[in-house]
Design a protein. Structure first.
Length: 120
């Protein structure tokens, strides 16, 4: 049960994602930035990946890649869910941005963890 508790932040993030995806409108925080919505998706799902890595107790580098899978699958189901919400649409490119954010997060996390291990 204690091990499950580490995943609570990731589950709360998933619940927040579901809530936000259920809204017909979302705040326009990106304005006229080119590809701004993809940057928001990548950042949001990168943070989600950090919570999954935390829940997995910061696994070794090879196991960290497995943390991308549930985040990417959740992004896919989130896009499907949005197809049923009035005023929202489903876009496979958003899912690609979600998965890209997860992959970038793991790459950055691996880089930082390797630097920490090699530090004197």
């Amino acid at each position: 049960m204690k091990r499950f508790a580490y995943f609570i932040p990731a589950l709360l993030w998933a619940a927040l994602t579901f809530y936000l995806s259920s809204r017909s409108t979302t705040p326009d925080i990106i304005g006229e930035i080119p590809f701004g919505d993809k940057i928001v998706h990548a950042t949001y799902y990168g943070i989600f990946t950090l919570w999954v890595l935390y829940g997995a107790r910061w696994p070794d580098n090879r196991m960290a890649w497995w943390c991308v899978l549930p985040v990417s699958l959740y992004g896919m189901t989130d896009e499907y869910h949005q197809s049923f919400v009035p005023g929202r649409s489903s876009d496979w490119r958003d899912w690609v941005a979600d998965t890209t954010g997860a992959v970038l997060c793991v790459l950055i996390w691996r880089y930082i963890s390797q630097k920490k291990r090699s530090a004197p």
